[in-house]
Write a protein that binds this ligand. Structure first.
Ligand code: ADP
Ligand code: MG
Length: 700
């Protein structure tokens, strides 16, 4: 009974987790627009905060009203001057004891002006004051009120981000109504911390954030917004801490091989491991040898040699007589791992096989049988490895590659599939420490921060689109010499259709120049079609591959040494880095051309410049985070890192670290969230929709 209760959203939150259309005044007409504005739940409106405010507290006499300022003035209506032609405004002359002013209306709705501003009446008007020919003017006042209603004119009015069809006044009203549904929640902050930070209560903070009193309240670092940011970060960190604690509590197993297989592979590699590879191997082996359940993140740039590390650690499990699996996000990547891993395994008499959704029929049955019988040591595949019907004899170790494409929950609960399996999560996306913390919490992590010696840098250039003729000419020379090249076009979600059309057009025009040796892949194609084209590119039947960002997922065509990226300014730096990694060949020269369209903002220029200057993925990632301007980056959304509603890592970094400590302390002292503060924290988790952590891990 108690369990069932825990699994449910606290009642106190019900009014916030209903359809946003349940707010007053949203008819069928506005529902879609409001959903577009902020989301489909009432709670979504809570996080939709104003970005500015209009101060209507300035109440001068007409003669003293300063140009360009928003003023609230009490006037008497003198005269109406209706428009003579459609182009002219309808004018209303008003006055106070200091002088006269003209109110202009370019749009006239029926007799609304006559009704609202009858001659002789006293009215309070509010709007921006301007001068024209020495005469004060106000065009379409924001407010016209009777003196007795003057108080209703918001003294300070929040300005909301809007979407076409929703007015600011409507947004303000929705916020007010949503706020009315926020109860006095039990305080979930630690009292001393709250006092020390001078944080207002949650509800108070939310009200202040929506109805700011000064411009300072709008700042992300204001007390009200910092409080809300902290709440959000605490929910994030607490959810991760709960999951982690749960995983940690599960028994692990001691995997400590004698090293005989690993030594044979090392002897066959033909190169020495880098210091960084040796170091992370030690870190991983240390975890595997402990009785804890390992959950470790391995970060390393493209080409830094993660696959070798993965193989060596998998052999550790094999040496113990167990099985190991490596899971890639796509078929192509899985096959690529097979190509690297299998030859090395064959040499030492170890069996490695591929299992993806496309392995079918007899072949599949054979693999399933052999897996169950323990005759396969290393299995390489996609998420198809973990569907029902796949059984292992003794799966002790799972490597998850490029996991940022899998969900947090999915990756953290993977370990339940194996036999107390250790899990290594591998990513080629260098992740700054703050993001590691928000995406994984305190997951241990290892970093390969060094690439094998002797690699040549990619020659990266930044050129304007206007130079496309030169680029094409250069490309032609290279292709004639037998090189292979990628031509990458952007594809953004919202404008997908136009982007796709632009990419197809580019393909058509390049095909005219390069003929049959040109191919195209894009995200709308079926997997099999994509693979077929990639295969042609690999074989060299195609030498110029026009692609939307799908190739970023990681294809390995060693002969491809050139990459042209169109509208490079629209990509995230991390993404550009991934893309460029595709042509990093190490011992061969390679060229990357970042083509940009005009106009290029200052930030975009600096970003592209970073790409030109460095190939260090970690440096690029840090810079990306620093420079990340108002959502102009295409890669953000796709990077899979939780986007916060309120918290902003360029401002609230310190709060994140505090929230991390706070969460750790909570999990240590009250892991069932049973204390009064624990109960309050449950409300917090549900409020920020981190409730799957509660449901999955606190229940049962
Ligand atoms: P990642 O998976 O990190 O992108 P890989 O493991 O695929 O990198 O390695 C990229 C290439 O570098 C492979 O051809 C691999 O054999 C080679 N390689 C890996 N480690 C080293 C090393 N220490 N010295 C030289 N070459 C290496
Ligand atoms: Mg690899």
């Amino acid at each position: 009974m108690l369990k069932a209760e825990f699994s449910m959203r606290p009642q106190i939150l019900f009014p916030l987790f209903t359809d946003i259309a349940s707010l007053k005044g949203i008819g069928a007409k506005y529902e879609k627009l409001v959903v577009k504005l902020c989301g489909d739940k009432v709670a979504d409106m809570l996080w939709h905060l104003p970005y500015s405010l209009v101060d209507r507290t300035y109440q001068p006499k007409i003669a003293a009203a300063a140009d360009g300022r928003v003023a609230t003035i009490k006037v008497r209506v003198v005269e109406h001057v209706p428009q003579k032609t459609k182009k002219q405004p309808y004018k209303v002359i008003v006055e106070d004891d200091s002088g006269q002013m003209i109110i202009n209306f370019f749009k006239v709705y029926g007799d609304s002006i006559a009704k609202n501003l009858p001659v002789g009446a006293i009215r309070v008007i509010s709007g921006k004051v301007e001068s024209f020919n020495g005469m004060k003017q106000m065009t379409h006042p924001d407010y016209i009120a009777r003196p007795e209603d003057a108080e209703k004119i918001a003294v300070i009015e929040p300005v909301y981000p809007l979407t076409a069809g929703i007015t600011n006044r409507m947004a303000g009203r929705l916020a007010r109504e949503a706020l009315a549904r926020v109860a006095d929640f039990p305080e979930w902050l630690e009292p001393n911390f709250q006092k020390q930070q001078q944080f207002p209560a949650f509800r108070e903070a939310l009200i202040r954030a929506h109805f700011p009193k000064t411009m300072a309240d709008i700042e992300p670092g204001s007390l009200c917004r910092s409080r809300l940011a902290y709440d959000e970060l605490l929910a994030n960190q607490l959810a991760l801490a709960i999951v982690r604690q749960k995983v940690r509590k599960q028994p692990g197993r001691i995997l400590q091989g004698d090293g005989h297989l690993r030594q044979q592979v090392l002897d066959n590699l033909g190169f020495d491991l880098t210091c960084a590879q040796k170091r992370v191997l030690e870190e991983i082996n240390g975890d595997m040898a402990s009785s804890f359940r390992m959950l470790r993140l391995l970060q390393g740039d493209v080409g830094s040699g993660k696959t070798v590390v993965a193989l060596l650690t998998m052999l550790n499990a094999v040496e113990c007589g167990a099985q190991a699996a490596i899971m890639a996000p796509t078929e192509i990547l899985a096959k690529q791992h097979l190509e690297t891993i299998r030859p090395l395994c064959e040499k030492i008499g170890i069996r490695a096989e591929l299992l993806t959704g496309r392995v079918k029929g007899k072949g599949r049955k054979q693999i399933l049988d052999d897996l169950a019988a323990g005759e396969i040591d290393i299995i390489i595949g996609t998420h198809a490895l973990f569907v029902d019907g796949v059984t292992f004899k003794d799966l002790a170790y799972i490597v998850v590659d490029e996991q940022h494409r899998f969900g947090v929950q999915q990756r953290l609960s993977l370990s339940s599939k194996g036999n107390n399996a250790d899990v290594l999560v591998m990513t080629a996306t260098p992740i700054p420490r703050t993001l590691v913390l928000t995406a994984y919490g305190d997951m241990e992590y290892s970093k390969i921060d060094e690439v094998p010696a002797g690699r040549k840098p990619v020659d990266t250039r930044v050129v304007p689109l206007s130079k496309i003729q030169d680029v094409v000419a250069g490309l032609k020379r290279k292709l004639d010499e037998g090189c292979r090249a990628y031509w990458v076009c952007p594809l953004v979600e919202e404008s997908e259709k136009t982007d796709l059309a632009a990419a197809e057009e580019r393909f058509a025009s390049l095909q005219k120049i390069f003929g049959r040796k040109t191919g195209m892949v894009h995200g709308r194609m079926k997997e099999a079609e994509k693979d077929a084209v990639m295969e042609q590119f690999k074989r060299g039947d195609i030498s110029l591959l026009v692609a939307t960002t799908v190739i970023e997922v990681g294809v390995n065509v060693p002969e491809a040494t050139i990459m042209v990226i169109e509208q490079a300014e629209r990509f995230g730096l991390a993404q550009l880095h991934q893309l460029r990694g595709r042509i990093k060949r190490g011992f061969q020269a390679s060229n990357c051309i970042l083509m940009y369209g005009y106009p290029l903002s200052e930030t975009s220029r600096s970003r592209l410049d970073i790409m030109r200057r460095t190939e260090d993925g970690f440096e690029i990632a840090e810079k990306d985070l620093e420079l990340r301007g108002g959502g102009e980056v295409l890669g953000n959304r796709q990077s899979g890192f939780s986007e916060f509603k309120i918290a902003d890592m360029s401002v609230h970094k310190d709060l994140l670290y505090t929230a991390n400590k706070d969460a750790k302390m909570i999990v240590e002292t009250d892991k069932a969230l049973a204390s009064p503060r624990g109960q309050a924290l449950r409300v917090l988790l549900y409020l920020f929709e981190r409730d799957d952590a509660v449901r999955t891990y606190l229940v049962g």
